[in-house]
Write a protein that binds this ligand. Structure first.
Ligand SMILES: Cc1ncc(C[n+]2csc(CCOP(=O)(O)OP(=O)(O)O)c2C)c(N)n1
Ligand SMILES: [Mg+2]
Length: 355
C-alpha cells in the first residue's frame, strides 16, 4: 500500500500563516545568527573529519543543512527558556552558547567534555544554559519539555519550554500524550518539529498517513503553523510568536519547520536511499547562502564581514579540535562516576577513548 520513491516536494507550498510576523530582528542579532549558523556548519564538518580519523567513537548524527531551523528557533527564545532535543543536537548546544571546546571534547570522549566525556555526541547537556539535552530515544525528550513547562507554570515563572524533535518522533504515542497534557493544563510549551522528511532512510510519506505534521495540533485545540525551515528569519518569527503565546497566554503551540539534512542519518549511513535530484534541490536553497544574500541585500553585512565571520569561526572550530585532542581521556577507574549511585566494584579495563 505504501508508495515508493521520493516524497512529494512540499517545499514550495505556502505555509499556514497563523500569526502576523513581528518586525525584522535588529542587525546585530541577525549577524549573530549568521555567525552561529556558520559555526555549526564548520563544527559539524570538522567533527565528521575527526570521526573518519577515528578520533570520535560511538554515533555521530550531523544536522548539516538544518542550521536555519536550529538557530532561528533558539534565537527567538530567552537564554533561560529550557530546551530539550534529540541525538542530532550539536547545533542546539552551540546555539545556546555552550563552549565549542567542551562540545568537541565531549564528542571525543574526553574528561573536559561538556558531560565529562560520559555522554558523547548524542547526550550533550548544558543545564547552566537551560539546554536539557540530547536523547537517543526518539520522542523521549518531548515529555521532559512538558515537565519543564509544568515547572515554569507551577512556580508562576515567565519561561517557555521548547521541545525540539524530528518528524520520526511524531508517530510516537508520547507526543500525543505530551500535547494533550500541555493543552489541557495550558502549559508554556512550544512543540517544534524539525521535519527533515526522513526518519533514518524512511521518507515521511511512507511513515505518516498525513505528512503535514502540524495538523496533529488541531486534535488538541492547539494553534500550529508550518514554516520554511530553510529560512532562518521565518523560523525566528514563528518561534517568537509561539513563545509570546506561551509566555503571555499560557497557550502551547506547534511549529513544523520543513528542512533537510544533507548527509545520511549518521556517519555510518551511506545515504543510498535518497535520490541525488532531491538532495540537489534542497542544497540549492542552502540556508547559509540565502541568509547571506538577505544580509548583504539589507547592508547588514558586507562581503568583508562575511569573510571575517568565516575566518573567525574557522579559528574557533580548529581551537576546539585542538583542545579536544590535547585533553585527557576519562580515567578508566572513573568511568562509572556519575553513572551509578554506588561505587563500581569490578574495575573496568580497556581504554575510554578511541586510539
Ligand atoms: C524509541 C525509538 N525507536 C527507534 C529508534 C531508532 N531510531 C533512531 S533515530 C530514528 C529516526 C528518527 O527520525 P526523526 O525523528 O525524523 O529524526 P532525524 O533523525 O531525522 O533528525 C530511529 C527510528 C530510537 N532511537 N528510539
Ligand atoms: Mg527526520
Amino acid at each position: 500500500m505504501s508508495s515508493a520513491g521520493p516524497r512529494k516536494d512540499r517545499m514550495a507550498e505556502t505555509p499556514t500563516a497563523q500569526h502576523s510576523p513581528p518586525a525584522r530582528p535588529e542587525a546585530g542579532l541577525m549577524r549573530d545568527m549568521f555567525r552561529t549558523m556558520w559555526l555549526i556548519r564548520r563544527f559539524e564538518e570538522r567533527a565528521a573529519e575527526e570521526y573518519m580519523k577515528g578520533h570520535i567513537g560511538g554515533f555521530l548524527h550531523l544536522a548539516i543543512g538544518e542550521e536555519a531551523a536550529v538557530v532561528g528557533s533558539i534565537a527567538a527564545l530567552r537564554p533561560t527558556d529550557p530546551i530539550t532535543s534529540t541525538y542530532r543536537e550539536h547545533g542546539q548546544a552551540l546555539a545556546r552558547g555552550s563552549d565549542p571546546r567542551a562540545v568537541m571534547a565531549e564528542l571525543f570522549g574526553r574528561s573536559t567534555g561538556i558531560c565529562g566525556g560520559r555522554g558523547g555526541s548524542m547526550h550533550l547537556m548544558d543545564a547552566g544554559r537551560h539546554f536539557y539535552g540530547g536523547y537517543g530515544i526518539v520522542g523521549g525528550s518531548i515529555p521532559l519539555a512538558v515537565g519543564l513547562g509544568f515547572a515554569i507554570a507551577y512556580r508562576e515563572e515567565e519561561g517557555v519550554a521548547m521541545a525540539m524533535f524530528g518528524d520520526g518522533a511524531t508517530n510516537q504515542g508520547v507526543l500525543a500524550e505530551s500535547m494533550n497534557m500541555a493543552a489541557l493544563w495550558r502549559l508554556p510549551v512550544v512543540f517544534f518539529v524539525l521535519n527533515n522528511h526522513y526518519g533514518m532512510g524512511t521518507a515521511i510519506d511512507r511513515a505518516s498517513a498525513d505528512p503535514d505534521l502540524f495538523k496533529r495540533a488541531e486534535a488538541f485545540g492547539m494553534p500550529a503553523t508550518q514554516i520554511d525551515g530553510m529560512e532562518v528569519l521565518a523560523v525566528y518569527r514563528a518561534v517568537l510568536e509561539a513563545a509570546r503565546l506561551a509566555r503571555e497566554e499560557r497557550q502551547p503551540s506547534m511549529i513544523e519547520a520543513l528542512a533537510y539534512r544533507y548527509r545520511g542519518h549518521s556517519m555510518s549511513d551511506p545515504d543510498t536511499v535518497r535520490v541525488a535530484d532531491e538532495k540537489e534541490r534542497w542544497e540549492a536553497r542552502d540556508p547559509l547562502v540565502t541568509f547571506e544574500r538577505v544580509l548583504l541585500g539589507q547592508a547588514a553585512l558586507t562581503g568583508d564581514d562575511v569573510a571575517a565571520v568565516r575566518a573567525e569561526v574557522e579559528g574557533v572550530v580548529e581551537d576546539a579540535v585542538q583542545f579536544a585532542t590535547d585533553s585527557p581521556p576519562v580515567p578508566v577507574a572513573e568511568l562509572a562516576r556519575h553513572v551509578y549511585a554506588h561505587p563500581w566494584d569490578d574495575a573496568p579495563t580497556g581504554s575510554a577513548v578511541m586510539p
